[in-house]
Design a protein around this ligand. Structure first.
Ligand code: M6R
Length: 357
């Protein structure tokens, strides 16, 4: 039940700090170390490449997962869109393993890939919120999200739960191979949960930003590089899905190779800036669009914030900033939909679980 909340989406956004803390607990053993079934770990470690297969928001979580697993566990990862991959399969590596990410565990596009790779004899893992779901039953191993039921069509807490479990998987796989870990992931995820809460507590400020930036706009752009680019894809999907504003996420460096032609006076451009090694480049891309009339908002971590930036998010471990910046974008989409009188929890033309290909 949504209780005191006006919409399930707001309830589910609000639940996220608690979900992250619950995931940490669920994956910890008595000593506080993360544990994941050894045969599941072995399936990934013995593979020469991990293919992450998913759709929509779960695909976007997979993009962050790739970074985490490659960085912390040194395992090459490819992230693919299920509906493309199943029918246009690239040359696979010699010994691949597959990780299906699906909140519902019922997505037909992902399932057709699972059926195909099982027939080829490859190992398959499903990361899902629903124990006993089709994708969970048909895979060799299951990792659970522990996010609680997600009712709103627009996925919020499932995305952050997916990224959190992927970070735990990445650390566990790294440790299993004696790769030195820079951070203690359990501790860092605790910091993330607090940072998410800080943003949720500042939601009125985000609501005001919506009025300032997208009140009457037809389109909007989200920019970033690296993980900020991956979050900008998710930010754009969320905004289009529930507010019907035509939104796109771009790698900020690609803008000048074509898309910048779309920038007009007052086109809203929201830049996510959380990574020190690319902040100068993103800022310079922002100046380029600003000088062509764009209305630029810079969403930035405390550490990188400069005078005049629009919204500041708390610092966290650099590879976990997506868990925090995405909360800003979820609230942004929520208020945009609300201000336009859209049906937040049940956007037009969409179903919660997509069981046709
Ligand atoms: O249940 P799944 O994670 O497999 O669903 C995949 C997508 O259909 C889903 O993430 C969709 O993109 C969401 N409505 C986005 O908010």
């Amino acid at each position: 039940e949504k209780g005191m909340y006006p919409h399930y989406m707001m309830k589910e956004i609000d639940e996220q700090p608690g979900v992250i803390r619950r995931i940490v607990q669920k994956y910890q053993d008595e000593t506080g170390a993360f544990t994941i079934a050894e045969d599941l770990q072995a399936a990934v470690i013995n593979a020469d490449r991990l293919y992450i297969v998913a759709c929509g928001t779960s695909y976007h979580a997979g993009l962050i997962g790739r970074k985490l697993i490659e960085e912390k566990a040194g395992i090459p990862v490819e992230v693919v869109v299920a509906s493309e991959f199943g029918y246009d399969m690239p040359l696979l590596s010699e010994k691949p393993a597959f990780l299906f990410i699906s909140q519902s565990g019922e997505t037909a596009d992902s399932r057709q890939v699972l059926v195909k790779v099982k027939a080829l004899g490859h190992a398959a893992i499903t990361l899902t919120n629903v124990p006993g779901s089709t994708l969970s039953r048909e895979a060799d191993y299951t990792l659970l999200l522990h996010a609680g039921p997600e009712i709103a069509v627009a996925s919020t807490k499932a995305y952050t739960a997916q990224v959190a479990v992927l970070s735990i998987l990445a650390e566990t796989l790294g440790k299993a191979q004696d790769i030195v870990q820079v951070h203690d992931m359990a501790h860092e995820l605790g910091i993330v949960a607090n940072a998410m809460q800080t943003i949720i507590d500042e939601k009125e400020q985000i609501q005001q930003m919506v009025l300032d930036y997208v009140a009457t706009t037809r389109n909007a752009f989200f920019l970033g590089r690296g993980v900020d680019y991956f979050v900008s894809l998710e930010a754009a999907l969320k905004l289009k899905e529930i507010s019907y504003i035509q939104a796109e996420g771009f790698s900020s460096g690609e803008l000048k190779h074509g898309t910048i032609a779309l920038i007009e006076d007052n086109t809203p451009v929201i830049a996510l800036v959380t990574q020190p090694h690319t902040q100068l480049q993103i800022r310079s891309n922002c100046s380029e669009v600003q000088s062509r009339g764009a209305k630029v908002a810079i969403v930035v971590t405390e550490e990188l914030a400069q005078t005049g930036d629009t919204f500041v998010i708390p610092n966290t471990a650099l590879e976990l900033t997506p868990l925090v910046s995405v909360v800003f974008t979820q609230l942004f989409a929520y208020y945009a939909a609300l201000s336009r009188g859209c049906d937040v929890d049940k956007p037009r033309n969409l179903a919660k679980s997509v069981t046709v290909e």
